[in-house]
Design a protein around this ligand. Structure first.
Ligand code: FES
Length: 370
């Protein structure tokens, strides 16, 4: 039954007509106010997906495009885009009077959420039966048509071979061959805008970062990430991947669930110059925040040092070194042994109730003081 109208003056029509889409607050009601082809529209400002501010988006014809993950709603009726009409946000009656736009905030239509098919990655991580699984992630960049010797790839291959000899299934992901977008900062819009699976993955079926997510979250028991050292840091491709893995860390911090459970990570770091400890520290810190465990001595590394710019020698040393090859094989063995032990425990090693002090976990004592 319609309620007594409560018409609220949203402002002068000629001023409001200058914006095709904007957010507005009318008393306590947040709306997305739109103007197109001489017609004003007003719908709820909260998107049906995870509450993105529709008025901060733009128009695609008569549909508002949510700025967070691009779901669309009709700007006048609130209905979802074709195929999702029943997935609708509340729409408010609008009238023009005396050159002003009025919105009846007492009589919106009903919000109705129609489930969208979840992304395949969104399934609950469940380890499928089978032998131990070891993934290698190569993060070095090179011209595929004109390849060069890579020390970090070389040692990663030794590690994967050793894993195979131990009876593990292995898989190599070479970031250099994947086409994936750089993180576009959805977290900077809102922590809820940075979703699991990644917002870009959900919107862009051509983006190939899904292969990394599938491997880390669903497939692997252990992962070894290899990187060259570039100016004292891991490679640019490593950081491009890490930024896109933010959604995994956000999921750990914000929800009562852990995507990464009882999994192990190790690292291979090879550089012409130094700062191995710094690179290893950064990699260990990030993968620890994702929830990975580490074996004793969790990385193998090599560098020639600050004053040695003789890269030909560096390549020769890594390529011919039995010592380093054995080191990479030993790392794979330690990673798989720990993964095996963790799998045998069967339960998460770290109960969620013990998460106090974690990144992104608010401290209730501080909130009481604030
Ligand atoms: S599409 Fe609107 S919040 Fe995700």
């Amino acid at each position: 039954m319609a309620r007594e109208p409560e018409w609220i003056d949203a402002g002068a029509a000629d001023e409001l007509a200058k914006h095709s889409c904007r957010s507005a607050r009318l008393k306590n009601t947040q709306i997305a106010l739109t103007f197109r082809d001489g017609v004003f529209g007003a719908v709820s400002n909260a998107c049906n997906h995870v509450g993105g501010p529709l008025g901060d988006g733009g128009l695609d014809g008569d549909y508002i495009v949510c700025p967070w993950h691009q779901w669309k709603f009709h700007r006048v009726t609130g209905k979802g885009e074709p195929g999702f009409e029943e997935d609708c946000v509340p729409a408010f009656p609008v009238k023009l009077e005396g050159g002003h736009v009025f919105v009846d905030i007492a009589n919106p239509t009903k919000r109705n959420k129609k489930p969208h098919d979840p992304h395949p990655l969104a399934r609950k991580p469940m380890r499928a039966p089978g032998p131990l699984r070891l993934a290698g992630i190569s993060t070095t960049a090179m011209d595929a048509r004109n390849p060069r010797f890579s020390g970090s790839d070389h040692l990663l291959n030794h590690a994967l071979e050793a894993g195979k000899k131990q009876g593990a299934e292995t898989k190599l992901i070479t970031l250099n061959t994947l086409k994936f977008r750089t993180c576009e900062g959805y977290f900077s819009k809102s922590s809820r805008a940075c979703t699991w699976p990644c917002s870009i993955t959900q919107m862009d079926p051509a983006d190939e970062m899904d292969q990394v997510y599938e491997t880390l979250v669903h497939w692997a028991d252990a992962v070894i990430v290899s990187t060259p050292i570039r100016w004292g840091a891991a490679s640019a491709l490593y950081f491009k991947m890490v930024e896109r893995l933010n959604c995994v860390q956000v999921d750990v911090a914000s929800k009562e669930e852990q995507l990464i459970q009882n999994k192990v990570a190790g690292f291979i770091i090879v550089g012409g110059q130094d700062n191995i400890q710094g690179v290893a520290g950064s990699m260990l810190s990030f993968f620890a925040e994702l929830g990975f465990f580490f074996p004793q001595f969790p990385y193998v590394a090599h560098s020639r040092g600050w004053s040695a710019e003789d890269m030909e020698n560096n390549v020769r040393v890594v390529r011919d070194s039995k010592f380093l090859a054995q080191g990479a094989a030993g790392l794979a063995k330690r990673c798989l042994e720990l993964a095996d032990r963790l799998l045998k425990t069967g339960t998460p090693m770290v109960p969620m109730s013990e998460r106090g002090g974690m990144k992104g976990r608010a401290n209730p004592e501080m909130m009481e003081r604030d």
